[in-house]
Design a protein around this ligand. Sequence first.
Ligand code: PLP
Length: 371
Amino acid sequence: MSTRSFNPPVRTLMGPGPSDVHPRVLAAMARPTIGHLDPAFVAMMEETKALLQYAFQTQNAFTFPVSGPGSAGMETCFVNLVEPGDKVIVCQNGVFGARMKENVVRAGGEPIVVEDNLGEPIDPGKVEDALKKHRGVTLVAFVHAETSTGVESDAQALARIAHQHGAATIVDAVTSLGGSPLSVDAWGLDAVYSGSQKCLSCTPGLSPVTFSERAAEKIKKRKSPVQSWFLDLTLVMGYWGTGKRTYHHTAPINPLYGLHEALVLLKEEGLEASWARHRQQYEALRAGIEAMGLSYLVKEPHRLPQLNAIRVPEGVDDATVRSKLLHDYNIEIGGGLGALAGKLWRIGLMGHGANPKNVMSCLGALDAVLA
Ligand code: PLP
């Protein structure tokens, strides 16, 4: 058994997440731990909620970070909003949509899957057809930014159609928050979850969520109790809400310092400026990728700037290239997931990592490895 401390190598994280963590975030996390009911901590919680409202562009009172990774935010949305027997349309155009279906089944709901090809956005017309065909659908669930393929779907159009048919929306914004336009109130999104480890430049393990009035009402009117005790919002909000704070679980104190600092950084830069920076760095990367004769999986208007899905050329071994990038250049990029394993490289330009130095280093290293 080792008695040495663990000292990780210094990498440049340019995969699908986690992304490079900002040094100010790491420094914030090293500050002294205080109690989770300490007035100073409670004041920081309130600031975090307000900063998250800014990041999500919402006035929703139910906006806070779930203690757990993006998957915990996903489950929070599904277990609180899906009741046994509920019909839920689940849009599937990649790995993360498939996980949503699994969540509906486990919450006792009836999933109605609307499929689109990998690398293509969700077709709002197909969702509308499904809503007309299946009466009484209560929810439409979809991934805004599908990290497995690098495609963006039109969240605003999908929410509009859902509402026209009396359904609320559950939206996965794990990869979009902070990196590309997302406007919860203006787009009318109901339950939205994200992750700390992508475009927020924070460490993994926290999942910002937000719930509209419509979603909060739906939860209040539940006929059956939420099957998960830990993720039951009526209990969690006893701690994160505005009333008297009651102990629910011990909040992850130091990671929350980190998220607070990450959100302060986002506010300092400005949301629009952050979106613009991600786009600029994508454009620089794309120029280099195309100059190397490589191509993207997703067509230009639907590409996510923060997740570049590049086709592995014929005759090139995906894993060997990624391994050389990691071991010779300390750069991590991602491979394909599921049906796209071995066929894609996923280059992330997320948060603090979306900068010219990373773009140039990645292009230079990839060119050298492919030569
Ligand atoms: N949804 C999307 C779109 C993701 O990219 C991820 C993680 O990569 C998740 C959900 C799950 O988040 P986590 O791995 O933090 O649980």
